[in-house]
Design a protein around this ligand. Structure first.
Ligand SMILES: Nc1ncnc2c1ncn2[C@@H]1O[C@H](COP(=O)(O)OP(=O)(O)O)[C@@H](O)[C@H]1O
Ligand SMILES: [Mg+2]
Length: 336
């Protein structure tokens, strides 16, 4: 199969990419990159979340600029922003809001909680107790919240970026596997190398002495919606869809890699396949293509699928990881 076949969409579906709008999205990306040294992968995934309406789980040790990245993203967007610091004594109403009796009005009034913002940073989500986690994940899945029998619509766009710290185990509540599935991507942030660390020193020192450089753009809600429509309109050829299916089927059957399959206790669901396709579209859009190529899929497979599979206890005891299994599948499954 040649590259041309990947791009050859049926005439009806064609939708030329709006160059001016894409340039604004790339300016947002460059503004993020400028203040986040060596964080190209995290920045691309934040934008993929923004372009697909997907939520992100970012995992990494403290001090790796996770909070900084999300704050910076909020500076580049016109919608409202809220940050929720999770603690073990948090209650669902602290996120969703509460209904109060108004003596003067003689009626109940709903006071919306911090989830009613366009971009919500949920810091250290694994320190929140299970009831709070399930309220959060329900909001993420449904785009609405029910409080005291009344349903309240969340803003559109609505994007949650949750962070978690892999080191801290005492006093944490790991997200249940079924709920992890609600995140479009699970992003791991690594320690910077020495060169990057050196640049971080210069950057942050400069910010302490002068002031931080503002984001070059501030995208309106309408622009975000239009960019979403454009990204989701990116073409996925039938051959590429077959590849997506082969890859995910590799977590369910022995066809691709029986040894890898044997390490999997529960496989990825169609929600995982859809997530990978949609994320691939957004990556293609960011890279200036109007169609998805196998590289988009290969690059995002671990982030889109690994948090959706469960390993057997034996595989986990042997030190295998879900990301390693997905990367193995990407190497073994034929792309086209
Ligand atoms: N890659 C990076 N680029 C720029 N600044 C960084 C980077 N990594 C760490 N920092 C700096 O380190 C500090 C911690 O960042 P923060 O966003 O609070 O981390 P986290 O939320 O991951 O714990 C901030 O002052 C931030 O500027
Ligand atoms: Mg933080």
């Amino acid at each position: 199969m040649s590259g041309a076949a990947l791009a050859e969409r049926p005439a009806t579906g064609a939708q030329p990419i709006d160059a001016a709008l894409r340039a604004r999205i790339l300016a947002l990306r460059d503004g993020l990159l400028h203040g986040l040294i060596g964080a190209d992968a995290m920045v691309e995934r934040l934008l993929i979340g923004l372009l697909t309406g997907g939520h992100l789980l970012i995992e990494g040790a403290p001090g790796l600029a996770k909070t900084r990245a999300v704050k910076r993203l909020s500076d580049g967007l016109d919608g409202s922003f809220a940050r929720i610091q999770c603690t073990p004594d948090l209650m669902p109403a602290d996120l969703t809001g509460t209904t109060v009796w108004r003596q003067d009005a003689g009626d109940f009034e709903f006071l919306p909680g911090p989830l009613f913002h366009s971009l919500v940073l949920v810091d250290e989500v694994n320190r929140a107790p299970p009831k709070v986690q399930s309220a959060l994940l329900e909001a993420m899945a449904e785009g609405q919240i029910t409080v005291s029998g009344h349903t309240h619509a969340l803003p559109d766009p609505f994007m949650v970026v949750a962070t978690q710290n892999p080191i801290e185990h005492a006093g944490t509540f790991p997200l249940p596997e079924a709920q992890l599935d609600r995140f479009l991507l699970h992003v791991l942030v690594e320690m910077p190398d020495e060169a990057a660390e050196r640049r971080i020193l210069d950057l942050v020192e400069g910010e302490l002495n002068h002031h931080a450089e503002a984001m070059p753009v501030r995208l309106s809600v309408e622009e975000i919606r239009a960019a979403r429509e454009a990204a989701l309109g990116v073409y996925v050829s039938p051959a590429l869809k077959d590849y997506l299916v082969r890859l995910v089927a590799g977590t369910r059957t022995d066809a691709a890699a029986p040894d890898l399959r044997a390490a999997i206790e529960h496989p990825a669901s169609p929600r995982g396949t859809l997530a990978l396709m949609v994320a691939g579209k957004a990556r293609a859009y960011l890279r200036g293509r109007d169609h998805v190529i196998p590289e988009d899929v290969a690059e995002l497979a671990a982030d889109a699928l690994a948090h959706r599979i469960g390993l057997t206890w034996r595989a986990a005891a042997e030190g295998q990881t879900a990301r390693g299994i997905i990367r193995g599948l990407v190497q073994r499954v034929r792309a086209l």
